[in-house]
Design a binder for this molecule. Structure first.
Ligand SMILES: Nc1ccn([C@@H]2O[C@H](COP(=O)(O)O)[C@@H](O)[C@H]2O)c(=O)n1
Ligand code: CDI
Length: 157
């Protein structure tokens, strides 16, 4: 078995929705990023890459590369999954925590789990998505952005 962890954060910017776990969540702000700014998938990719010491998301998808401008982060997730599959591993389970005051994540968590499980080719019970506020403290608490933390266990395929 191998274990990895990941973290990502993006500030709010212009827009009318945020992408979280591959799901479009309506919101009065968007997330400022080179790609679609999906902090859930970015943290999860880093956890998967970290489990095999394969660098981080920026190693594989440099922010300087115009190919990833406004990219769908599910492309990154599927690529990371392929990297570990071709090395004989699969995701055993993954657990993600989203940290923001708003939007409410709970109503969308099931859709995120389904999207991630489908992209990874694993069962729904292998994927957890949770949320918490930062109790109005710090930059997250002031509503300046969204963070996500991920833990991921890899098992032999
Ligand atoms: N963006 C968020 C934040 C929280 N939740 C849900 O609310 C519960 C309580 O949050 P606290 O930070 O006050 O502990 C939390 O356990 C989540 O279920 C949410 O859906 N979206
Ligand atoms: C995802 C990439 C893609 O260019 O850019 P961003 O969308 O800005 O996201 P970040 O979490 O900073 O990760 C770096 C890049 O790999």
């Amino acid at each position: 078995m191998r274990i990895g962890q990941g973290y990502d954060v993006h500030a709010f910017g212009e827009g009318d929705h945020v992408m979280l776990g591959g799901v479009r969540v309506p919101h009065e702000r968007g997330l400022a990023a080179h790609s679609d700014g999906d902090v859930v998938l970015h943290a999860l990719c880093d956890a998967m890459l970290g489990a095999l010491a394969l660098g981080d998301i920026g190693t594989h998808f440099p922010p300087s590369d115009p190919r990833w401008k406004d990219a769908d982060s599910r492309v990154f997730l599927r690529h990371c999954n392929a990297l570990l599959r071709e090395r004989g591993w699969r995701v055993g389970n993954a657990d993600v925590t989203v940290v923001c005051e708003r939007p409410k994540v709970g109503p969308h968590a099931q859709a995120m789990r389904e999207t991630i499980a489908a992209d990874l080719g694993v069962g729904l019970d292998a994927i957890s998505v949770k949320a918490t506020t930062n109790e109005r403290m710090g930059f997250i608490g002031r509503g300046e952005g969204i963070a996500a933390l991920a833990a991921c266990l890899l098992v032999a395929a």
